[in-house]
Design a protein around this ligand. Sequence first.
Ligand code: F6P
Ligand code: MN
Length: 329
Amino acid sequence: MNTKNEILLGQFIENRDELHQPDPKAISAILRAVERASERVHSVISRAGLADVLGAAGSENIQGEQVQKLDLFANDQFIESLESCNHIAAILSEENDEIISLNESGEYLFATDPLDGSSNIDVNISVGTIFSVFKRNQKGQPKKEEFHRHGYEQVVAGYVLYGTSTVLIYTCGNGVHAFTLEPSSGKFILTNEAIKTPQKGNIFSINEGNYKTLEKGIQNYIGYCKKLNDKGKRTHTARFMGSLVADFHRNLLKGGIFIYPATADAPKGRLRLLYECNPIAMIAEQAGGLATQGKERLLNIKAKEIHERTPFFTGSKVMMNKALSYLDE
Ligand code: F6P
Ligand code: MN
């Protein structure tokens, strides 16, 4: 406990929240490494227009997307910070074609999108870091096949949202907790314990630019969201920022649904299973919401490739069940 009775991330994990975890000290060390890296990312992002960090780095990642300078900066911060915590055997990052080996004796694997929504940085819109942790099943030199796991095997999942304030949200399978960065001290302080998402909501988040390429059931669900009530007023509201973390976080707190289905441009879905959808799905379920690939529970999918993509539906139970009922048509 610090002098103001504020609860810091490390204290929370070790003393209050995760006593059932087999190794709270390792989990705490990993989350504190995430905390250190995201604090550095925060401080650079918050001055982005003043420093020479905006714009494209001039290369493409394995997904064929333009890499931004800040993608690389964020990636380096997470690699460096996790290497120094000694518990991570390897990192799978959106920014690297292959996994990066860190400490062979590490008992955990870390998957991350170090800067989600990074094209939004140049226009001052919120971005995030998404991360997922698995316990290793074997020892020795880490191999990429070790990441071919089911989502339900994650031991920690979370994200950091660099928004109007910077918040770190995580779950170890025992509820969802939020910590807000106090920029002057660089500490993340508990601000929301045991978050529950509303069962109902009225926000639908989907890139409607893809509308004509979507399967009929999803088009019909969008039509349902646009229906008026008997007083001629709207029943739903549309929000899509193009930053998964920001779109999900808003819906988590307010109630809503986020859909990134298969499209003509991305026939297997746009988002990545291991470091975008899995961690968000675990948070969603832990908060009382749902996450699927369509009809199938997302966390039941076993990854076959490290950069695999998937269609993704997540949000409040009532909205999800309604949307999924349209997929049966
Ligand atoms: O990481 C992929 C991502 O940037 C997500 O944050 C976001 O939901 C999605 O892409 C937006 O993609 P698009 O603008 O192509 O719909
Ligand atoms: Mn992303």
